[in-house]
Write a protein that binds this ligand. Structure first.
Ligand SMILES: Nc1ncnc2c1ncn2[C@@H]1O[C@H](COP(=O)(O)OP(=O)(O)OP(=O)(O)O)[C@@H](O)[C@H]1O
Length: 276
């Protein structure tokens, strides 16, 4: 199965008679994602309780929390892969009732199609959407170049390192030009050095694309290096216990940030939040 769930047209996602639902009055017009008093139960277990979160258009949010606190559950709800037990989620003013075409979702472990080259993995989603080959190839060339993979376009999965696979998976997601990108620990499988190489590249891509991003990570340094805000979830039932703005200018150099007092303070605050 593909690790990339580009969320295809879904019957539940068709425009509703009477137009899209309107945003609540207190939601700013620049809000892209609005998680509104969302709770989720699985049987007897309450996994999320009253989660409220507003994410602006083009904003980059990192979601951190202890294992099992409900991060992936929240991401799945934003993706429209499930409906919340209570509350609602809106994207660009429309209630999420199912998968949305322009939401991209990428997971920790790539699952590139082994019989397709890097080039053809990048174009896979475009092909499913019936984009003509000439345009697909143009986009693949563009993303291979953006991701430093020009020389790897003809290689198959087995001929790519883990870092390269993750970049191809990212290219496949980005080629579909999502306006919302959900990332569930996309760098977790990478070694420290590869991660350090990829992160600035990724931050640059985000800055150029204007995509709204929700990144789930266990790595506080990764969260601070990439995000505009670090949102901390408490233990079950998952709820938001802290929302920490990250004030550092971009591009950010993680190594030099480590020496800054502000950085250490943010790190300390987030760690305290994780324990609550
Ligand atoms: N479909 C489901 N049915 C029943 N329980 C579920 C389901 N999905 C998740 N859970 C439970 O909900 C809780 C939260 O899971 P979730 O995967 O959202 O946590 P997480 O914060 O992403 O964890 P991790 O950081 O370990 O990936 C867990 O206790 C999990 O067992």
């Amino acid at each position: 199965m593909s690790n990339l769930k580009i969320l295809e047209d879904h019957p539940r996602n068709l425009p509703k008679a009477g137009g899209v639902d309107m945003l609540a009055e207190n939601v700013s017009t620049e809000t892209k994602i609005h998680v509104d008093k969302v709770s989720q139960r699985f049987g007897q277990t309450e996994v999320l309780r009253d989660v409220n979160l507003q994410i602006k258009e083009g904003e980059f949010i990192a979601l951190v929390g202890m294992s099992g606190c409900g991060k992936t559950t929240l991401l799945n709800l934003i993706a429209g892969l499930a409906n919340p037990s209570r509350g609602q989620i809106q994207i660009a003013g429309a209630t999420v009732n199912g998968p949305r075409k322009s939401t991209g979702y990428m997971f920790a472990r790539d699952a590139l199609l082994p019989w397709r080259t890097a080039n053809d993995n990048i174009t896979y989603g475009l092909q499913l959407r019936g984009v003509p080959k000439r345009i697909r190839d143009e986009k693949a060339r563009y993303w291979l170049r953006q991701l430093g993979l020009e020389a790897a376009g003809d290689r198959f999965r087995a001929q790519l390192s883990q870092g390269m696979r993750q970049r191809v998976a990212l290219g496949r997601t980005m080629a579909l030009e999502p306006d919302v990108l959900l990332l569930d620990e996309p760098f977790a499988a990478l070694d420290a050095q590869t991660k350090q190489d990829i992160m600035p590249q990724f931050a640059q891509l985000w800055a150029e694309s204007g995509t709204t991003i929700v990144l789930v990570t266990h790595d506080i340094d990764e969260a601070i290096a990439l995000a505009d805000r670090v949102v901390v979830m408490g233990r079950l039932p998952g709820r938001i216990v802290m929302d920490v703005p990250v004030p550092f200018k971009r591009p950010r150099d993680v190594n030099s940030l480590l020496d800054e007092a502000d950085y250490r303070e943010i790190r300390h605050t987030v760690r305290k939040g994780l324990m609550s």
